[in-house]
Design a protein around this ligand. Sequence first.
Ligand SMILES: [Fe+2]
Length: 302
Amino acid sequence: MRTTADGLTRQLRSAGYHIHTFSVSSTGDYAVADADWNYKDVPHLNVVHTKVRCAVGTMDDELITTLAMQKVFGIELPIVIVNFVSSDTSQTYYTTLGPFALVVYTEYFELEPNKTKVVTTYNIAGGKIFKLLFPLLQRVLTGNYKTLMSEDLPMRDRRGELRARGFDYKTDGKPRTFPDTVDVNFLNLVVPPRTSTNTETVKMDALGADGERVLVGESDDRGLCLVRQGDDVLLLPRFCNHEGAKLDCASLKNGRLSCPWHGKLVAPLGKLAATEGSSWESGAYSARIQDGEVVVGFPGER
Ligand SMILES: [Fe+2]
């Protein structure tokens, strides 16, 4: 049995609690599936979000409980959050914060195929003497929502951008479950077929300093990132084919990129010696050094 946000609020009201309800919403150019994934994605919680750390207590397909160490007014408060799926397009959360109970309901609506509105309704429940604090708590929760969205919306927007460029996801067409988000080695992004090749040249001088990045092409499979490392030039992907993150600003440690969404370590596609005449090739990608320039080949439009 799963209750509903309304059912839980009703029970609190009949227990003598006062309820204060307010809603916040956001609209963006991404699919309902991207919002659904973002709200269920477990591994991004401790990588993307800065004001909360989560320890997962229990998880099944439609329910997850976490111990969230949430910062409120700069102080870290551990709270238990119960979060469950209410329908294919909605989730319910409940938790407590001191003398208050919170019941939160999030629902996503498709406005157009790649345009989604998400409405989150907060119900603050408290005894009569705490009613005066409801507006203050609303401010804290609204501020927390804005922080969460400033970190989550770029993930959804990026997926919306990829969809607009013809990419799909293997999981499209069915709602995600909490456990199916956990395996960061699952390659969910479906790259559209490519039949042509593009070429760009990069002067070796541009790769002068160790660790300096030079980008060619687009920030997806139709591009590469070149980095000088000692006597070599590393050829790095510009996207993560797990869930589609852009890797252009990902930190590079020990020759591997750390995906900004899930911390997944992404290896270079290859490397070539930084000397005249050296070359490298892997599938549709290639690089060779000729006349002081790196000639880079990568997939083009279909
Ligand atoms: Fe998130």
